[in-house]
Design a protein around this ligand. Sequence first.
Ligand code: NAD
Ligand code: DAU
Length: 339
Amino acid sequence: MRILVTGGCGFIGTNYIRRLLSHDPDAVVVNLDKLTYAGNPLNLDGAAEEFGARYRFVRGDIADAELLPRVLEEHGVEAVVNFAAETHVDRSIDDPAPFLTTNVLGTQNLLEASRRYGVEQFVHVSTDEVYGSLGPTGSFTEGTPLAPNSPYSASKASSDHLCRAYHMTYGFPVVITRCSNNYGPYQFPEKLIPLMLTKAENDEPLPVYGDGLNVRDWIYVLDHCLGVDLALRKGAPGEIYNFGADCEKTNLEVIRTLLQIVGKPESLITFVADRPGHDRRYAMGYDKARRELGFEPEYDFAEGMRETVAWYQNNRDWLENVRSGSYIDFMNRWYGERK
Ligand code: NAD
Ligand code: DAU
């Protein structure tokens, strides 16, 4: 299968492409990535040598209406997996505009080019955040009404609606996947786990928003990649599939686990001003994916966290490489205002 993967130089896209090319000898991947601050070409360094002509990289924007038809035609693309997005909630609070440009207009542009070209399967990778926030009990299902609370999640919900509309209006074969919080190798160090890990190792204060009791439902990135792959091969057009791993944790629990692994004291924990509109709790129900796709997450949290910490400790050059330029500017401004 000839697959266009967008955003393949980001966290999940990188893990997805590496997994796909290793597991499926018939897969040919074209990775289209704009290389924003979150996209790192080093992530797939060596892929062209390792996988030969089965891996191609194109630097480009999913919102570029002239580029996409050329890429689809030139590579004879049969399927699209859309990871490309602006993804960090705090950045969407700081400046929502790029989130609308990429996540809404970019997705629509990709849908339109794919429909006109005749792509046979289109997987749109979305998030549990489109469902909004839960109270102390219950979990999201695919039927939960959308109630996004941040500019990021509103832009993802909009892109989900466009996918649905392309299916209903044009019969376009699009599948939407929604996953809970991922962790694992190659995650950009603005996100909770790599951020706290890097700070703890440098004996810096760990900035916990609010009371630290917000709950996220964690899944190891390769389990999410398994789900996306199942959706690509078995997902029914027009359907939505949730993915999770039954792993609800408060942010303080996650941070304490990390501190134990790296042997640093809890006194590094520092409570700072809360994130505006901060969702209290996510919990993902994924019975449908289990039943219809045969999805079953494989990693447990303790194992996944040990592997994640080991990866960051063995890849300090990668961390230094991404922690530069615009990363530092945003971090200084955002956390400067939260003291
Ligand atoms: P990321 O920020 O690490 O990577 C995003 C990638 O998209 C980067 O390589 C970036 O360069 C690229 N990109 C951004 N704008 C682009 C554009 N206009 N055209 C082409 N490429 C562009 O993100 P991630 O955490 O890997 O998330 C990937 C997808 O999965 C996103 O759609 C996100 O909404 C979704 N998702 C993420 C999580 C999570 O926990 N990280 C959970 C559920 C769903
Ligand atoms: O749920 C899926 C979503 O998970 C994805 O759609 C998003 O792309 C991804 O960024 C992630 O969103 P979150 O907002 O849940 O992740 P983040 O790592 O930013 O924050 C996780 C929790 O940690 C959240 O409750 C906020 C808290 N937090 C985060 C940071 C960066 C802190 O307390 N301090 C921090 O400095």
